[in-house]
Design a protein around this ligand. Sequence first.
Ligand SMILES: [Ca+2]
Ligand SMILES: [Ca+2]
Length: 216
Amino acid sequence: MKMKWIALSMVFVSLGVFAQETELKIALPRPLFSGTPRELRTPNLEPMRKPGEKRPPIMVPEGVKNLAAKAEVTSSDSEPVVGELELITDGNKNGEEGNYVELSPGKQWVQIDLGKKAKIYAIALWHFHSQARVYRDVVIQTADDPDFITNVKTVFNNDHDNSSGLGVGKDRDYIETYEGRPIPVPGVEGQYVRFYSNGNTSDDMNHYIEIEIYGK
Ligand SMILES: [Ca+2]
Ligand SMILES: [Ca+2]
C-alpha cells in the first residue's frame, strides 16, 4: 500500500500537481476615470463586473517574474506616430499623455523578445486608460523565432469574426481601465510574444502603455 502511494506521489510530482502556486500580484497605476463608461458600440463585449466585484485571481508557480521588464520591443510600425516603443516595457503604467506609444491605423503589432525561451504563465497589458474604450481584434501569440514561423501559439484572441485574418477568437472584447488586462497563460513556451490590435472604438489608432509577461 505504502509503495503504491509513493509511486502515485511521484507521478503527481512529475505532472506538477503538487507544484507550489501563488496568486500573481500586479501593481496597478492610478485610475483616470470612474463610474460607468458611456455605451460602447462593439459586438462581443464581455459582461460588466458588478460594482465591487474583483477579478478572479491568477495563480502562477512560485518564482515567476515579469520577463518583459526593459525587454526589447519591435513593431509592424517601426516609427510610431507618438512616443517610443521603449515606453511599452519601461515599467511606467500611468495613463496620462506622454506615457503611451501610438502606432499607425489599422492592424498593427508590437513584439517583445524575452531574450531566451521561457515558460509563460500570465500576461498583463495596458493599451490606454484615460478614457473607456475597446481595442479591436486583440490577438496575442508566442513563438520561438522573431518571424513567427516556429512553434506559434495563440494565447488570447478576441477577433470573433476573423477580420484580422489570424483565426476566429473565442475571447471577449473588454473595456480598457487602469487595471489593464491580466491574462492567464497555461505555461506556454516561447521566446517572442506578439500583440496585435486593429484600432479601437474611439479612433483607428493603436496604443500601448505597458506590457508585462510573467514567466520563468
Ligand atoms: Ca510604460
Ligand atoms: Ca474583428
